[in-house]
Design a protein around this ligand. Structure first.
Ligand SMILES: NC(=O)c1ccc[n+]([C@@H]2O[C@H](COP(=O)([O-])OP(=O)(O)OC[C@H]3O[C@@H](n4cnc5c(N)ncnc54)[C@H](O)[C@@H]3O)[C@@H](O)[C@H]2O)c1
Length: 464
């Protein structure tokens, strides 16, 4: 069988039109295996953004067991990153790799070339920094490709609005879209979510998320060393720049924000926050080192998200919910580390535990679970589209960040409708394009000034 999704659906129509009713009823109750679009049932995968997570996501894709799958194309803006990723995947998944040199693409237009190697119904992975999500998602929808894209999906109002429209379009086209908010695929968090919905701790009144450790990834940056170009350097150090990632707040804290809101089955209506940079030294990035955001839900209940990047300060990395009848440990450690547990009263310790999650060994990895779910949905044509929810989690996260950076209360609608686009024209970048933010004569970039800049997180065009 060699057919695209359209061919497949016309073939189905043909079958229905020409089959006799008796034949149809003979098939009633028999599970007809879903035929994947690509030839011989193999799902083809392309990887856009071949860094740490991209390599991990491709490895998860190639580890899915329910049918043939292979990586056929890769794209990155740095050849060295692509080569390292290719080498690692080749070492571990050689039998599922088919990426000859002419299907490895370097440059800002590589995403198109990689997606052009796929057929409708195949899967493309987006694991670049978030600034490129809407650009890549637009093309994937045009090509009728299923998508796995990493969190966060947006960092500002204009790209959130654009992505919400694209999410709707992808649903209309019956595309399957997975978003790398893997807490949603943690069996422990699924179990605790179900129990909370069943009333095990009463009504949630307060939740807390903590991600406090030393600086991670590229959160803190010293001056641009002059090469590669300022644009490419900012892309390499994307956690440092709001246009590329939403900064450390969006990139690091979105997981707790997402899964706490999930426990509540709601997104917050507003946020206010405090934050600052205690030890800036020679660093020129746009991040604070400390954030504490108070989110409020429609019913008045609260969620506090504390994030800190500071060596030597108390490290905490876990999340909690307090209800009227008891409390829950959501993520025991890390973004969604198990076990989750339920407790009586207000303390959370072994002595007052009333339930602890139990997860089968082969379902303990939420990164693998999310891929198993996506590929299963593609093969069985089950509804599976996490794009809208992924954008909403990104808006909730940006609200908290903007509240801290401006020193104002920020509502959901204000965040969504904010006109500050961090990376206008990101779809037109070439290797020679100037950076979105230009350093000043001292090599510094504009930073948030809460209370002074009230409507925008940093001064527009300050260095342009
Ligand atoms: N779900 C999770 O737990 C998790 C964990 C890590 C990272 N992530 C997310 O994955 C994304 C990537 O993070 P990472 O840690 O892998 O970063 P990384 O820097 O290791 O990888 C990003 C790659 O994308 C490439 N790239 C950048 N712009 C590109 C473009 N326009 N076209 C093609 N390639 C481009 C870079 O050169 C790099 O190789 C981020 O959004 C991050 O938040 C999620």
């Amino acid at each position: 069988m060699n057919q695209s999704i359209e061919n497949l659906s016309s073939r189905r129509k043909f079958l229905i039109n020409t089959s006799k009713l008796a034949a149809v009823s003979a098939l009633a109750g028999v599970a007809i295996p879903h035929v994947h679009a690509a030839e011989n049932n193999t799902i083809q995968v392309a990887l856009i953004g071949c860094g740490g997570r991209g390599t991990g996501a491709a490895s998860n894709a190639l580890s899915v067991k329910n049918g043939p799958i292979k990586l056929v194309a890769m794209a990155d803006v740095f050849e060295s990153r692509l080569n390292t990723s290719y080498g690692s995947l080749q070492k571990n998944h050689a039998e599922r790799m088919d990426v000859p040199e002419d299907r490895r693409f370097i440059g800002f237009d590589g995403y198109k070339k990689a997606m052009d190697c796929l057929k409708p119904g195949d899967v493309v992975i987006f694991t670049t920094p978030l600034a490129f999500r809407w650009v890549h998602f637009t093309y994937a929808i045009e090509k009728k490709l299923n998508v796995f894209m990493e969190k966060p999906l947006t960092a500002d109002g204009p790209s959130s609005r654009r992505m919400l429209t694209l999410a709707e379009e992808s649903v209309k086209k019956n595309l399957k879209v997975g978003v790398g908010l893997m807490s949603r695929h943690s069996r422990a968090l699924q179990q605790v979510h179900q129990r909370i919905q069943d009333g095990a701790i009463g009504d949630i009144t307060l939740m807390r998320g903590y991600r406090m450790a030393g600086p991670l990834g590229s959160a803190f940056s010293e001056k641009w060393p002059g090469q590669p170009s300022e644009l490419l350097w900012q892309i390499q150090r994307f956690h440092s720049f709001l246009w590329a990632s939403g900064g450390c707040f969006n990139d690091f804290y979105i997981h707790h924000i997402d899964h706490c809101c999930w426990m509540k089955n709601a997104w917050p209506v507003k946020a206010h926050a405090i934050g600052g940079r205690h030890y800036r030294g020679d660093y020129v990035d746009q991040n604070f080192d400390s954030y504490s955001v108070e989110y409020t839900f429609e019913d008045g209940s609260k969620f506090i998200m504390d994030g800190r990047c500071m060596v030597g300060a108390l490290p905490i990395y876990s999340s909690y919910a307090q209800g009227t009848k008891g409390n829950a440990i959501l993520a025991h450690d890390g973004d969604c580390g198990l076990p989750s547990s339920l407790h009586t009263g207000m303390k959370a310790n072994r002595g007052n535990a009333i339930w602890t999650s139990e997860v089968a060994p082969d379902e303990r990895d939420p990164y693998q679970n999310e891929w198993n779910a996506l590929i299963d949905a593609i093969r069985k044509d089950k509804p599976h589209n996490e794009a809208k929810r992924g954008v909403e989690a990104s808006i909730a996260t940006s609200m908290g960040r903007m509240a801290a950076h401006t020193g104002q209360e920020i509502t959901w609608d204000e965040m969504l409708n904010c006109d500050h686009e961090f990376a206008p024209g990101v779809d037109k970048l070439t290797m020679n394009s100037p950076a979105f933010l230009r350093s000043d004569k001292d090599g510094k970039y504009p930073v948030p000034r809460p209370g002074l800049n009230k409507t925008h997180e940093y001064e527009l065009n300050v260095n342009a």
